[in-house]
Design a protein around this ligand. Structure first.
Ligand code: URA
Length: 494
């Protein structure tokens, strides 16, 4: 087995492949390993094409490979796919082609079909990036770039899209940042840089008057009476909302439409219709549901009004460890899943460090709807009040009764208070497991507390604390329940 180490880009793979072909190395005898290149390469021309339909790909001291234009384009796109095994796969394709096996470029062939699938996905990602990148103008006083955009492409299409924008935006300077790299256009030249973004780094504060106008216009075109969520999400998939200036408006507009604006928008039209009217008592028309049968129908407090949806739990119902957070955040609210945003990413790191896997944990929140306030264009988290935590304990209790976890880990003070059903100081409970209606309770910090730390060292310290608590939870869950100190034994219902 030969190990070939390349930079994670097409140029390096191409050179190594031609050499390997010259040596006659079969695909199964190569292990492809990648290193991150120091920077993205701009304007990589993957194959050079002449007039004929088959062309030479020649590198001195290697080998000449004749590929069809179509295969060249497919390989070109596949090289941008996020699949880590793509280099080995593409070498196999090239090898088969070089052996004279032309069926490899056919969609009827197994490898050919995969090639088409991957290329199609990359082409869609290119199209999406062109369609959904939104530049925001920086404040007048700021230094260049004049326009900034944050975007999360599905594949490695930043360099491709950056050239597209460079050709279309004239001399205006701009920057596009993505989780894995950034492109900067100074009005004349394109600079590409590969790096990793931090959670929340993409937040861009701008004073963009055109954007304010655009938002006002967008709002005015929305007709709640004609809301069709499926069509809306088909035209503008949810995963793009967070990068769009109008994205933060959509959940609130949907939620308003569902909670009455739709009726109001229709009211005048309906009122003009003829026919007999039958008076109905308000309580009969809209009964107060004390025990809603499903979380989505919950009206026990007012938080549902401004949330996109209720966010339930994730993980198996028979999990031995239950983690309780505070409430869903912006991304959880949009996706309907707990802990998928920046705090969730940190939690995942702590889970991993503790030797646990997320799939085996039951994750839920003390409060199931996102509580937020609008600050500028952003929906900012607002800590839920005691009344909201109390109202939502209806759901938490049902989860505790159903899952009956061996260990319950509370993340942050709100979760601890929700579990104890009284106000307690997190400091008094940290590192002191307690008994809780047949389970062991372990209190630790919320991952967002780590996110708020001023530097990496402080952030790591909190992350360590959380992973230590989770490790303790794992040990307790794995062993038969040991005798534990019981300073604050509680019942679920008092
Ligand atoms: N913070 C929480 O407490 N829960 C989530 O699901 C996400 C962020």
């Amino acid at each position: 087995m030969r190990s070939i180490v390349i930079d994670d880009d097409f140029t390096a793979w191409r050179a190594a492949s031609l050499k390997a072909l010259a040596e006659g190395l079969a695909p199964e005898s190569i292990e492809w390993r990648v290193e991150q290149p120091p920077e993205l390469r701009q304007g990589q021309t993957l194959f050079d094409y002449g007039e004929s339909s088959e062309n030479d790909m020649i590198t001195p001291a290697t080998v000449a490979v004749h590929v069809s234009k179509e295969l060249g384009a497919l390989i070109h796109d596949c090289a941008l796919h996020c699949e880590p095994q793509r280099w080995a796969f593409l070498y196999k394709v090239l090898w088969r082609w070089q052996q004279g096996d032309r069926s490899v470029a056919s969609p009827a062939d197994e490898d050919g079909a995969q090639l088409y699938r991957m290329a199609k996905s990359v082409r869609r990602a290119k199209h999406d990036m062109i369609a959904y990148v939104r530049f925001r103008q920086q404040a007048q006083s700021s230094r260049p770039p004049e326009y900034i955009a944050w975007y999360e492409p599905e594949h490695d299409v930043l360099a491709w899209a950056a050239e597209h924008f460079a050709q279309r935006m004239g001399r205006s300077s701009w920057m596009i940042t993505t989780p894995r790299g950034a492109a900067f256009w100074d009005g004349q030249q394109l600079h590409l840089e590969r790096r990793h973004a931090l959670p929340g780094e993409h937040r861009v504060d701008t004073e963009d008057e055109a954007e304010a106008l655009w938002l006002a216009y967008y709002r005015s075109t929305f007709n709640p009476a004609r809301l069709n969520e499926t069509a809306l999400e088909q035209h503008m998939p949810v995963r793009f909302w967070k990068g769009l200036p109008e994205g933060h408006l959509i959940p609130a507009m949907i939620s308003e439409a569902k909670s009455g604006a739709r009726r109001l928008a229709q009211a005048s039209g309906v009122g003009e219709l003829g026919g007999k009217s039958i008076p109905v008592e308000a309580e009969v028309a809209q009964p107060v549901r004390e025990s809603p049968s499903s979380l989505d129908a919950c009206r026990r407090c007012d938080l549902w009004r401004n949330a996109t949806q209720a966010v339930g739990s994730s993980g198996p119902g028979e999990a031995r460890i239950m983690l309780i957070g505070e409430q869903p955040g912006d991304q959880e609210d949009l996706s309907g899943q707990p802990f998928v945003g920046p705090a969730g990413q940190l939690l995942d790191m702590a889970i991993k460090r503790a030797g646990l896997s997320r799939e085996r944990l039951y994750l839920t929140n003390a409060v199931k709807h996102f509580k937020w306030e609008l600050r500028g264009k952003r929906r900012l988290h607002k800590t839920p009040g005691q009344r909201e935590v109390e109202a939502c304990s209806y759901w938490l209790e049902r989860e505790l009764e159903t899952v009956r976890p061996t260990v319950i880990v509370t993340l942050g003070a709100t979760a601890l208070n929700a579990l104890l059903r009284e106000k307690a100081s997190l400091r008094d409970y940290i590192d002191k497991p307690f008994e809780m209606a047949g389970s062991v309770g372990i209190a630790t910090y919320h991952p967002s507390f780590a996110l708020r730390q001023p530097n990496d060292a402080a952030r790591d310290k909190i992350l360590d604390e959380i992973s230590n608590a989770l490790e303790r939870a794992r040990e307790l869950a794995e062993s038969a329940l040991p005798e534990i100190p019981n300073p604050t034994s509680k019942k679920l219902r008092q």
